[in-house]
Design a protein around this ligand. Sequence first.
Ligand SMILES: Cc1cc2nc3c(=O)[nH]c(=O)nc-3n(C[C@H](O)[C@H](O)[C@H](O)COP(=O)(O)OP(=O)(O)OC[C@H]3O[C@@H](n4cnc5c(N)ncnc54)[C@H](O)[C@@H]3O)c2cc1C
Length: 404
Amino acid sequence: MDFAYSPKVQALRERVTAFMDTHVYSAEAVFEQQVAQGDRWQPTAIMEELKRKARAQGLWNLFLPESERGAGLTNLEYAPLAEIMGRSMLGPEPFNCSAPDTGNMEVLVRYASAAQKQQWLEPLLRGEIRSAFAMTEPDVASSDATNMDARAVRDGDEWVINGRKWWTSGACDPRCKILIFMGLSNPEGPRHQQHSMILVPVDTPGVHIVRPLPVFGYDDAPHGHAEVLFEHVRVPYDNVLLGEGRGFEIAQGRLGPGRIHHCMRSIGMAERALELMCKRALTRNAFGKPLARLGGNIDLIANSRMEIDMARLLTLKAAYMMDTVGNKVAKSEIAQIKVIAPNVALKVIDRAIQIHGGAGVSGDFPLAYMYAMQRTLRLADGPDEVHRAAVGKYELGKYAGQGV
Ligand SMILES: Cc1cc2nc3c(=O)[nH]c(=O)nc-3n(C[C@H](O)[C@H](O)[C@H](O)COP(=O)(O)OP(=O)(O)OC[C@H]3O[C@@H](n4cnc5c(N)ncnc54)[C@H](O)[C@@H]3O)c2cc1C
């Protein structure tokens, strides 16, 4: 495996870094101010400005491997760029590379009909609209995708949809125009062929955005994580993706690239936390010494460097395998990094918070918000335990039936 940056990737790394340095970090405070003024659930002028600037520089849709619609990068090539974007909460969106849109766009690229692509994928790729993925339900254990109980019933040329979803990230944003709904359409079918994914425009009568769910008190406005009620929602039968009863198949596909992007961003966030930790430890004194020279603080810094580098190498390995042998064969590596990346980022951010003392949990540094967001990734991407189960099953499978 060769993880050296090609000249193309190195040039893009420099351009994305320059964009972050020039425009993004300084926009963080402006973004917060704009969200705090007036209606929190409106898009901000600063984000639209950042998008225009990044697009004008050709730094746009850098994800999307195996599609002529993206920048033509492989997962391995995209990983270092997503890492740089992930250093800031604002980072991915200016480049049209933010969750959940990247995962949703990949679903549309792979599974949508030509008409569905025209209607929804194209405006998403242009950054004109946003999207959300409505799978998780409050009433069933949603880490098991076969549990989904919201109903999609065929009625002639239409689907009639009823049910309650929550944690539909992004659905509070008025720019979010399309939901990928996953529901029970074929309850009599085999276990993995009972569900369908159906495109539901947000403005369809009967779609109610009930409330934004806070994450440790953060509302993540104007993005938000919505509870959504579907009440006798009617959409054309043709809005089904791939085909009736094939939702689980798509869900499995979606867990690949779109989700490993989170890992890449987590590494970037961990790097930023380490940078903040080092700067604080060198410039603040207690007991006559810089914090860096007190107790075991230098070990915290060293451990953070080692853990980040290990996590990055595993991310690159998973990306490399996705590119070379496909998501199915890379299943264990994808599951491994989904556990490792947010857990490493959380540890590093926690140490950075500690070195910052009270400032670390205040809003004056990005650390508290970073911690809250990384903590959700141990659930939002499927709980750690589900990924561990996949890794463990794969390992045991190597020896099953061999006796002892
Ligand atoms: C910030 C955030 C954003 C999210 N965004 C989205 C989104 O955009 N769209 C969407 O559909 N969902 C989203 N989710 C929901 C997320 O995918 C679910 O919370 C997750 O799949 C777990 O489902 P659950 O909450 O029902 O937990 P449950 O399924 O009830 O699981 C609870 C716990 O049970 C344990 N457990 C489960 N399975 C196993 C196992 N195999 N072995 C051992 N223990 C196990 C784990 O400790 C797990 O945390 C988001 C969640 C958060 C917090």
